[in-house]
Design a protein around this ligand. Structure first.
Ligand SMILES: Cc1ncc(COP(=O)(O)O)c(C=O)c1O
Length: 171
């Protein structure tokens, strides 16, 4: 698996699923005092709820940055950066490819900025393996992915008919 994902095997661990991986990260923050988390309005329910739970259990705070559906990459970086500078969270949780719209966020740039601000990052890559050519976000402090989605699914094929536009079909 480390070979498939192009990562150092010593930095990779198997967990039950992406939600369980996120819970491991949250649990590891429990003895740090009040944990402040920043999520986005595109986050996956269970992962966001876990972040809110660690904030509540440690006496910290949870906040959400709203990213409009049509925000450009630069706008996403700007909005998340602005929220991180305002909130100074312990942990930013951000999707690599969102569940609701399949939108890819510029996680490398966001994680780099987070590191410069002293903010830990958890990238939810549940939809990345099997979809993105290089699915791991190496700029993140923590990355979780799923193997039961696209890695284990039959590959899709798009066949374009010779008859030209309007005659394409999926097989
Ligand atoms: C973006 C995202 N994160 C996390 C999950 C959770 O995956 P699992 O239920 O396998 O933990 C999903 C599930 O669809 C998802 O779409």
């Amino acid at each position: 698996m480390a070979e498939l994902l192009a990562v150092d095997p010593s930095r990779l661990a198997f967990v039950l699923n992406a939600s369980a991986g996120a819970s491991v990260v949250y649990q590891s923050l429990m003895d740090r005092g009040p944990v402040t988390v920043l999520t986005t309005n595109h986050g996956y329910g269970a992962v966001t709820m876990g972040a809110e739970r660690v904030a509540a259990r440690t006496g910290g705070r949870a906040s959400v940055v709203d990213i409009p559906l049509n925000a450009t990459e630069d706008e996403v970086i700007g909005l998340v950066g602005e929220a991180m500078r305002a909130e100074r969270p312990t942990l930013l949780v951000i999707d690599q490819v969102t569940s609701a719209t399949a939108r890819a966020f510029p996680v490398d740039a966001i994680c780099r900025e987070a590191r410069s601000l002293g903010v830990l990052t958890l990238v939810d890559g549940a939809h990345a393996p099997g979809v993105l050519p290089d699915p791991i976000c190496r700029e993140a402090d923590y990355w979780v992915g799923n193997l039961h989605k696209f890695v284990s699914a039959p590959a899709g094929r798009l066949c374009l008919s010779r008859a030209g536009p309007g005659r394409s079909s999926f097989r």
